[in-house]
Every structure is written in C-alpha cells, then in structure tokens.
Design a protein around this ligand. Structure first.
Ligand code: SF4
Length: 123
C-alpha cells in the first residue's frame, strides 16, 4: 500500500463537521461551471479555486465515491483521482475514509486551549 497524500479542506481554528450540503458552500458556487471542466494547463488554474474551499474534502469524497470521470473536484483532476483510486482499491467508502481523516486532521491542528468548554457553550 503506497502513501497517499490528500489536501484536506481549509483548516479553521475550530473543528468543522462533515458538511452534507457541501455543494451550496463550494468556493466555485458563483463561478462559471465550465471553468472546472477544462483540459491541460487550465486544470491547474481550476484547481486554484479549490485551494481555499471550505468543503474541499466533501467534494473530493463525492467524486471518488461516484467515480466521477470528468472535471476538477476537490482540487484533483480526473487523472489524479484515477491514480488515487488505483493506488487505494481497499477504500470502500471515500466519504467514511476522508471524514475520519478530516476529523483526525482537525484534532491534530487544533490550537491548545481552543477547545470549547461546556460552560462556554451555555451548558
Ligand atoms: S473543492 Fe473545488 S470543485 Fe469542489 S466545491 Fe470546492 S471549489 Fe468547487
């Protein structure tokens, strides 16, 4: 099994939950939809839009789970997604896999002392 590096969604100071309504919050939501379905060097420009997208991980998971063949999704081109799927045939659900990875990433990058205490939540 090879190493797989996937850029997760933009890190925030607080952990964020998995967003099931991700499509309405994508950084590309007001862009020309055709801009993500380009070829060659234009794909690198399209990927820049995904760079700071708050739902990048969710978007990528959906594309991988659905074996979406065309376009830039979650910051990955179709070629990159195909390569990832070939490298990791053991992953049955990319949504579950990336949900776990996102949670672990957010836990590991949370600043010490930034946890929300029950008293702060009004409990
Ligand atoms: S990751 Fe990219 S393609 Fe997916 S919603 Fe965000 S900006 Fe759009």
């Amino acid at each position: 099994m090879g190493n797989t590096t996937i850029a997760l969604g933009a890190a925030t100071s607080e952990a964020s939950a998995w967003d099931r309504d991700w499509a309405s919050r994508g950084a590309c939501r007001n862009s020309d939809p055709d801009a993500l379905f380009v070829q060659g060097a234009a794909q690198n420009r399209a990927k820049l839009v995904c760079g700071g997208c708050p739902v990048r991980t969710e978007c990528l998971a959906e594309a991988l789970d659905n074996r979406t063949e065309f376009g830039v999704w979650g910051g990955m081109t179709e070629r990159e997604r195909r390569a990832l799927l070939r490298r990791r045939p053991d992953v049955e659900s990319w949504t579950a896999y990336l949900q776990d990875a996102k949670r672990d990433f957010e836990t590991a990058t949370r600043k010490p002392g930034s946890a929300v205490l029950p008293a702060q939540r009004g409990a």
